[in-house]
Design a protein around this ligand. Structure first.
Ligand code: SAM
Length: 234
């Protein structure tokens, strides 16, 4: 998700054949070296954070409110939360409590100060890879997964989404917001991630037993970066 990942890739290759353990440990090493700042979270594109958050807020507000089928403003889970950029500006303003999960301990430590006074409403900081994370069943109204799915193998992503499904409260929602490749799977050797095209992502979501209830492309991002899509799943 560094500068290079945000840039358009010229090649389309299959998922890396290297050992799964290496895929994950390379990513962990990569993120340990990244400064715990908004710019660090966005690979040098910190300036797009406000556009991103406004787009997410508009997207999420379609589902929130009172009445049948509406998602309640109870408990949110921020997956691959980093320093809590999304928790601070999107989730804490809209939900009573938030949990964060990220593999990088230093980012979660930074989140404790970065989130300020409102951070008191964070109930849990889980330091864990999403491939191993077991969310508590029926705990969350929203599970927000942004700019991190490329760090999971296909099978781990499907299994993680299945666990997320079990972790939703009634009328709860899973949201994936991420880069999409033009075609196929584009590996990034620098941060040890992949970028999948939309068709592949749709297939993985279906394998997890989830249905796409709404999908949008984020507008007004710089031309040179990947397209970013937001998917609401149940
Ligand atoms: C591009 S940053 C995005 C951070 C945040 N979602 C945001 O949009 O501001 C990717 C984050 O994913 C985390 N990460 C990488 N691999 C992970 C994994 N396997 N499980 C959980 N978090 C992971 C990194 O530590 C980093 O905080």
């Amino acid at each position: 998700m560094n500068g290079r990942v945000f840039g358009r890739s010229k090649t389309m290759e299959d998922f890396p054949t290297e050992d799964e353990g290496v895929f994950y440990s390379k990513a962990e090493h990569y993120w340990k070296e990244v400064p715990p700042t908004v710019d660090g979270m966005l690979g040098g594109y910190g300036s797009i954070s406000s556009i991103d958050i406004s787009g997410s807020k508009k997207f999420l507000q379609k589902f929130l409110g009172e009445g049948k089928g509406k998602t309640r403003p109870g408990c949110a889970l921020d997956c691959g939360a980093g320093i809590g950029r999304i928790t601070k500006r999107l989730l804490l303003p809209l939900f009573r409590t938030v949990d964060l999960v990220d593999v990088t301990h230093e980012f979660l430590e930074k989140a404790r100060s970065y989130l300020g006074e409102e951070g008191k409403r964070v109930e849990n900081y889980f330091c864990c890879g999403l491939q191993d994370f077991q969310p508590q069943p029926e705990r969350y109204d929203i599970i927000w997964i942004q700019w991190v799915i490329g760090h999971l193998t296909d099978d781990h992503l499907v299994e993680f989404l299945r666990r997320c499904r079990g972790a939703l409260r009634p009328e709860g929602l899973i949201v994936i917001k991420d880069n999409v490749a033009y075609e196929g799977v584009v590996p990034d050797e620098v941060d040890s991630s992949v970028c999948r095209d939309l068709q592949i992502l749709h297939r993985l979501v279906a394998r997890a037993g989830l249905v796409i209830v709404h999908e949008e492309q984020q507008q007004n991002f710089p031309e040179e970066i990947y397209q970013v899509h937001t998917l609401a799943l149940r």
